[in-house]
Design a protein around this ligand. Structure first.
Ligand code: ZN
Length: 317
């Protein structure tokens, strides 16, 4: 189940890494798969995550074709495109709940957008809006697993006080936006429900999969009804922005290991090599469908003892 809308092409800028050409190698996949087209997210859905002021500001910036910050451009179509991307995440979450898995191939991405701020190429936080929609529909336990190379600071902020949403992020550190230390664990009732696993530049498949296994061991303890995955492919070795070294086989293995959960919804985030993005999405789909072989890339030398020590305050880790 793929969610996609052609109008994403109207939010683009040739000189910017987050442009419509990111999707230029997805043609074969989109032709082969059953593709669902989303509706724009409703104001009410966006306002579960963002302030009314933020919604107004994005609309005004879009009309003015202005930048939200030094990294984040808008065209006059961006307001509608961003609402479609958020609506796409919502639709994919609903499809995943019904059919076991779904993938929202949407842009602009969302995981850096905070309740009141667009940043890092992100206007509305697509995955957070989808998550809030599922909670509003009666879900009690959701995991958001962020495997983009960058820390999902916006999503973390949205659910920082929520014990219903277990937010887990694997990301490169140091790297933009600089947040995502293991000691950021949540606030109030949400204490313990934020899990950050920073990884060094150069991280390859073996180390990444060891960190993923820790993340999934904790995710299982939350007994999620749905796992929402912020799927970034800027962890790929070919990616021009990230410094990790993941291969397509690793994405298949991530998908395969997620088969232990009842429902999994992938929402595209980053990924700035169009060929690595297309190969990564194909691999993820083959993994979640059980069409990939188990992959054991060899011995990991990554030391996760500090992360485990922090996590043991809340989870068996
Ligand atoms: Zn990213």
């Amino acid at each position: 189940m793929i969610v996609y809308f052609r109008e994403h092409e109207l939010h683009t800028m040739n000189t910017h890494p987050e442009n419509a050409r990111r999707f230029e190698k997805l043609g074969a996949l989109l032709e082969r798969e059953r593709v669902h087209t989303p509706e724009p997210a409703a104001e009410e859905q966006v306002l579960r995550v963002h302030t009314r002021e933020h919604l107004r500001r994005i609309k005004a910036l879009s009309e003015a074709e202005a930048w939200a910050d030094a990294d984040t451009y808008l065209t006059r179509h961006s307001y509608r495109t961003a609402l479609l991307a958020a609506g796409g995440a919502v639709l994919a979450a609903q499809l995943a709940q019904k059919h076991g898995h779904a993938f929202a191939l949407v842009r602009p991405p969302g995981h850096h957008a905070t309740p009141e701020r667009a940043m890092g190429f992100c206007l509305f936080n697509n995955i957070a809006i989808a998550c809030a929609e599922m909670l509003a529909g009666g879900m009690k336990r959701v995991v958001v697993l962020d495997v983009d190379v960058h820390h999902g600071n916006g999503t973390q902020e949205v659910f920082y006080s929520s014990p219903e949403v277990l937010f887990i992020s694997l990301h490169q550190h140091p790297l933009y936006p600089g947040t995502g230390m293991p000691e950021e664990t949540g606030r109030g009732e949400g204490e313990g429900y934020t899990v950050n696993i920073p990884l060094p530049p150069g991280t390859g498949d073996a180390d990444y999969l060891q960190a993923l296994e820790l993340a999934l061991d904790i995710a299982v303890q939350h007994s999620p009804e749905l796992v929402l995955v912020s799927a970034g492919y800027d962890t790929a070795s070919q990616d021009p922005l990230g410094g990790m070294m993941l291969t397509s086989r690793c994405y298949a293995e991530i998908g395969r290991r997620l088969r232990r959960f009842p429902a999994v919804c992938f929402c595209l985030e980053g990924g700035y090599s169009s060929s690595a993005l297309a190969a990564g999405v194909e691999s993820t789909l083959s993994g979640i469908r059980g069409q990939s072989q188990e992959y054991e890339p060899g011995e990991s030398t990554l030391d996760l003892s500090h992360v485990r020590r922090v996590l043991r305050n809340y989870w068996s880790a």
